[in-house]
Design a protein around this ligand. Structure first.
Ligand SMILES: Cc1cc2nc3c(=O)[nH]c(=O)nc-3n(C[C@H](O)[C@H](O)[C@H](O)COP(=O)(O)OP(=O)(O)OC[C@H]3O[C@@H](n4cnc5c(N)ncnc54)[C@H](O)[C@@H]3O)c2cc1C
Length: 295
């Protein structure tokens, strides 16, 4: 299928892109990698009158170290993040999860910010952003603001970005010492959206007990979801098979999956529990290895 007719504007600066968005509002969409926008336009699920192409704004393709944290610009492609050695050492879970997004060709074109702005609750990276406690910079022609990950994702394909705003940057804060992480999902085929997936981050104390835990899920609700109560209950525990299994069962109860074309809600809860157990054990093991190496 072909998209409905639209006007195309290639922005030559951030200011110009933002001023067009201010002028045209909801009638216009930013075009980043086009890996979500163009398919939905071709299926006539979206028919923006104007596309503002931001691919010329190469200043926004940065991935830079920011103390112990990392800043990622609007034009950084999935593939750039996947292959970035700084991200791999400071926020390994982002590289591990991004490999599950689609296929290499799509990752070479699609951007992380475009993926997050699209707001698909089945996407891997929104859950990873929740687990990493990322912050999002939204910029408009009149100002800028920072939005926390839980406030950013509002519903199915819905974010808190205003009509006039662009997501220009993501900030991944420094992770605590002795932290290990793991992302796992189940998808029908390699490269498909997950039926369900979990991002787990565990920080250990000197006795290898859990100092803090973060668990965030994709495909299990209208937005990426954290299992807040389960996270709290893990504090002080040694992450063994029994604790991880109980945490999986508890986390599954905190989720809100719906029946969809891929699986029913009951199956999603079941796999969320199983994946949580596996992810916690792996994250705990990785955290312990990091702690022992730092001794
Ligand atoms: C075959 C296939 C399989 C896929 N599988 C997966 C998968 O398994 N998991 C997954 O998560 N994704 C998957 N995707 C989607 C892919 O990850 C997209 O690249 C990504 O979702 C969107 O990034 P983009 O840069 O292409 O954004 P675009 O398609 O250009 O834009 C998407 C939306 O975000 C808006 N937008 C883009 N950038 C910004 C910005 N900086 N600020 C504000 N709004 C912005 C656009 O206006 C549009 O509404 C798949 C895509 C395809 C084609």
């Amino acid at each position: 299928m072909k998209p409905a007719p639209f006007k195309y504007i290639a922005a030559t600066s951030l200011e110009e892109a933002l001023s067009y968005k201010e002028q045209f509002g909801d009638e216009a969409r930013f075009l980043a990698g086009g890996q979500s926008l163009i398919p939905i336009m071709n299926f006539r699920l979206a028919h923006p009158g104007i596309l503002i192409d931001i691919n010329g704004l190469t200043d926004l393709s940065f991935i830079s170290q920011n103390g112990g944290g990392v800043s990622i610009g609007a034009l950084a492609r999935h593939g750039d993040v996947e292959r970035n050695t700084v991200v791999a050492s400071s926020h390994a879970i982002a590289c591990e999860a991004i490999k599950e997004v689609a296929h290499p060709q799509i990752r070479n074109r699609g951007t992380l910010c475009g993926n997050l702005a699209h707001g698909d609750p089945a996407s891997e990276m929104p859950a990873v952003m929740l687990a990493l406690q990322a912050r999002f910079k939204a910029k408009s022609a009149t100002g800028e603001r920072w939005i926390s990950a839980p406030d950013f994702f509002q519903g199915v394909f819905e974010t808190s970005l205003a009509e006039s705003e662009m997501l220009t940057e993501i900030e991944l804060p420094e992770q605590e010492e002795n932290s290990g992480s793991c992302f796992i999902e189940i998808a029908r085929r390699r490269g498909d959206y997950a039926i369900a997936g979990v991002a787990a981050i565990i920080t250990l104390d000197e006795q290898d007990r859990c100092r803090s835990a973060r668990l965030a899920f994709c495909g299990c609700g209208e937005t990426p979801l954290s299992a807040e109560l389960t996270q709290q209950n893990l504090v002080g525990e040694s992450i063994d098979e029994q604790i991880a299994r109980a945490a999986g069962e508890s986390a599954a109860k905190e989720l809100d999956p719906a029946n969809d074309v891929q699986a029913d809600a009951e199956y999603k809860r079941h796999i969320a529990a199983v994946l949580t157990k596996r992810a916690l054990l792996k994250a705990g093991e990785r955290a312990q290895k990091i702690r022992l190496q730092s001794e």
